[in-house]
Design a protein around this ligand. Sequence first.
Ligand code: FAD
Length: 401
Amino acid sequence: MTETARAGVLPDHDIYLLDDRFTDEERAIRDKVRAFVETDLLPVINGYWERAEFPYELVPKLAELNVVGTVIQGYGCPGMSRMAGALVSAELARGDGSFNTFFGVHSGLAMGSINIMGSEEQKQRWLPAMARLERVGAFALTEPLHGSDSVALETSAHREGDTWVLNGAKRWIGNASHAHHVIIYARDVADGQVKAFVLERSPEEDFPEGFQPRVIQGKIGKRAILQSDIVIEDLEIPEPNRLQNCNSFKDVNKVLTATRGGVAYESLGHAIAAYEDAVRYAGERVQFGKPIGSYQLVQNNLANMLAEVTAIKQLCFRLVDLHEQDELTSPMASMAKMAAAKKARWVVSTARDILGGNGLLLENNVARHLTDMEVVYTYEGTDSMQSLIVGRAITGASAFV
Ligand SMILES: Cc1cc2nc3c(=O)[nH]c(=O)nc-3n(C[C@H](O)[C@H](O)[C@H](O)COP(=O)(O)OP(=O)(O)OC[C@H]3O[C@@H](n4cnc5c(N)ncnc54)[C@H](O)[C@@H]3O)c2cc1C
């Protein structure tokens, strides 16, 4: 940060100089993702968003950044620090939520499932090509009848010799229509426990008959990433494609606890983008003969937005430290997701108001952050469900099971 900034003229959102803690390596990773966002992503994303199409053209460019797999050590993954991993999510979301969700589903949820629950042989088999983005991953947990209570999922897995036969349905599965490795969670009919199965196909192959994804239409947030409804009918998965260390929903929870932080960092990115757009606009837009940023009510909003952005950032950075020290618990992750998403949702909505009618135009970006934040508020566990997880930790009484 410059001396002028330290003297009180803020060029960006980092009023508490929290970014000063980054190492040179973390700063370099942040800067290369930021450059990709500004040069490659922002110029094209609004068109994709409006057409509800995924920007496949950007995937090779993302691969070149060497950030896929973030904190995973080995298997061709970058093995970066937790802080650098958080910065990748925040910077991508600062550009666009859909593209960040593509990244989060692939790198965090799908690769994370393999890394946390796969055997050594499975990690070596799948992770390197996923790190190079030659193979795209999806994470199929949610079902039409089980969202918040995904622990009660009904998709069944029946073992016949060395083959598992899966039947059921999944909903809202990001990347599923074009993925090559879909992690499918299903309940073993023999012991009643949830297990994870990897549906694998090469880029040249179609999905098997028993796996039929249908892209969900008419979505008003994160329009540039495709989610699918999936019908699973007598789908055969070989035993070597069952993640060997997933023995119950407790193991799935390890993945969800790890990725919930990613949703907090995502909220930070959306909030920063919206705050900075609002500051810029408040300086330019003249009403009643003066820039709107000179009026008390607008300044009050900007000051409160900055306070919330700063609070989200502090939550995120503490989460990074707890994770790095291996102290991160499920309630800690839930509280961060809950608080970060709620605050960011308010920031983007207030930014939208500051831009007036222009805030409703896609070309000004804030509208995209606003509707994307609606998704963030809901997915990976709704605001209410996160609060119930924290509430259970506070009181010792579960309000939901
Ligand atoms: C764009 C998008 C992308 C997604 N991507 C994926 C993906 O890639 N993979 C995947 O597996 N899933 C994905 N999801 C699913 C997502 O995680 C679920 O939507 C989310 O967990 C909520 O489930 P639900 O939509 O079924 O809502 P419901 O569970 O039906 O909840 C409806 C409302 O009821 C409230 N509620 C539920 N139970 C309680 C309770 N006990 N007490 C109080 N309130 C309660 C909820 O908080 C919510 O407000 C995605 C969702 C969206 C929208």
